[in-house]
Design a protein around this ligand. Structure first.
Ligand SMILES: Nc1ncnc2c1ncn2[C@@H]1O[C@H](COP(=O)(O)OP(=O)(O)O)[C@@H](O)[C@H]1O
Ligand SMILES: [Mg+2]
Length: 394
């Protein structure tokens, strides 16, 4: 026990002086100025759900790795010690400002350094977040997994975003039987922003490192055109895209090729098309964009009828309605929320997406507003909230 403690101290000390650590006092997003910090690190114990966060300014990164080697510490040992620290903290559940948490952040940083995660992941444009999660095994031993995810958030990520990310990683690691997530963006009404939202969802997931397939199910092929422009501009990440306006073809292709992808986003087109019906049978989630004007709200009736048909032949279709092209404020938004509440089994996304030029401009270039320049933080926050709401239960 004493040896273990000494070892722990020695390891934690490796980073000191090289890392300036700032801890998040509690898991509430956005309350710290992290402008000068290059890395945000989260400690997650998957068995208790305990999470702590710290921002670190790693200087002398190479020096830490060298010191580890000189001290005869292997990568496995460093990871193991970081994992033990996280799982011990998870059991004790201390506040994020406890000294042991600072030490565990140091250890985690050492582990990220020794696994070369800092080096291999080069966040460009968007802020990056390092997650270090510990799994407790049945024999009480612990294994760890470093991860990296991107959000547009300037400070610490929302706790919900972290939970969501961790769930995905766990599902991936534990070999979830069906890991492909199929999202349809649909509304029988045109011009409500289906293509815009589908593009943003698909690209947001690709930016998180997911392997995404965007399917354009609309005869007009607007999503496909946007992705072609993206490809011509050489914009990364490249998005795989196919155009299947015919329902039977869409179904066959998703069944055959779908499992190769982690996420499939279907832009289901405007009218009550065969593609929309096929997509509703295949999807995990239907996202319904609608505008906060009474006619559009009534149009929810139409799509809801199709949802009822689909639910009669299948289980588990989640339906999420969201306001797009919303007005700055006023009663319309609240009225829309109330209208959605009238449909049983339809969720409402609390953060509407407002009518914003950068969102339209980005989509015209085959881009998400998350990667659009000049950066528009309000658009980014709204789209990020939608992405979190849609993929949360994955
Ligand atoms: N949040 C938004 N802010 C600004 N313009 C938007 C927004 N959402 C959609 N638009 C614009 O509204 C129009 C219709 O959107 P689109 O995605 O093509 O709808 P749909 O696919 O449902 O027909 C397009 O010109 C698009 O640029
Ligand atoms: Mg469209």
């Amino acid at each position: 026990m004493k040896t273990e403690h000494a070892f722990f101290e020695r390891l934690a000390n490796l980073g000191q002086g090289n890392w300036d650590v700032k801890l998040q006092p509690h898991m509430v997003p956005g309350q710290m100025d992290l402008a000068s910090y290059t890395a945000r690190v989260y400690l997650v114990d998957t068995s208790t759900g305990w999470t702590a966060a710290g921002a670190i300014q790693p200087s002398g990164f190479a020096g830490v790795v060298k010191a580890q080697r000189n001290a005869g510490l292997s990568v496995d040992l460093v990871m193991d010690m970081a994992g033990q620290a996280i799982s011990r903290l998870g059991r004790e559940q201390p506040g994020a400002d406890a000294p042991e948490v600072a030490q565990a952040i140091q250890l985690t940083a050492a582990a990220l350094a020794s696994t070369q995660t800092f080096k291999t992941v080069q966040p460009s444009g968007l802020d990056g977040h390092w997650i270090y999660m510990a799994y407790r095994l049945l024999d009480a031993s612990t294994i760890c997994r470093p991860g990296f995810f991107r959000t547009g958030a300037p400070g610490f990520a929302e706790p919900a975003a972290i939970t969501h990310y961790v769930r995905q990683v766990v599902a991936h690691d534990l070999g979830s039987p069906k890991s492909t997530m199929i999202i349809t963006v649909g509304n029988t009404k045109g011009g409500v922003g289906k293509t815009t939202i589908a593009l943003n969802l698909a690209i947001a997931r690709a930016l998180q490192g997911r392997d995404v397939w965007l399917i354009d199910g609309d005869r007009q092929g607007t999503a496909q055109t946007a992705i072609t422009i993206r490809a011509e501009n050489g914009k990364q990440p490249a998005i795989s895209c196919a155009h299947y306006p015919d329902g039977a073809t869409l179904r066959a292709q998703v069944q055959q090729t779908g499992p190769k992808f982690q996420d499939i986003v279907i832009d289901a087109g405007g009218r009550d098309s065969t593609a929309l019906r096929a997509a509703l049978i295949l999807s995990d989630v239907l996202v319904i964009p609608f505008a906060p004007r009474s006619l559009d709200v009534w149009a929810l009736n139409d799509i809801n009828n199709l949802v009822q048909e689909a639910r009669a032949v299948r289980d588990g279709l989640r339906v999420v309605a969201m306001l797009n092209n919303a007005d700055p404020q006023g009663h319309d938004n609240a009225d829309a929320a109330a209208a959605v509440a009238d449909f049983p089994g339809m969720e409402y996304v609390e953060t509407p997406i407002r009518r914003r030029k950068p969102i339209a401009n980005a989509a015209g270039q085959g881009m998400s507003v998350l990667e659009y320049s000049p950066k528009d933080q309000k658009s980014i926050d709204e789209v990020t909230a939608l992405v979190n709401a849609v993929f949360m239960s994955n």
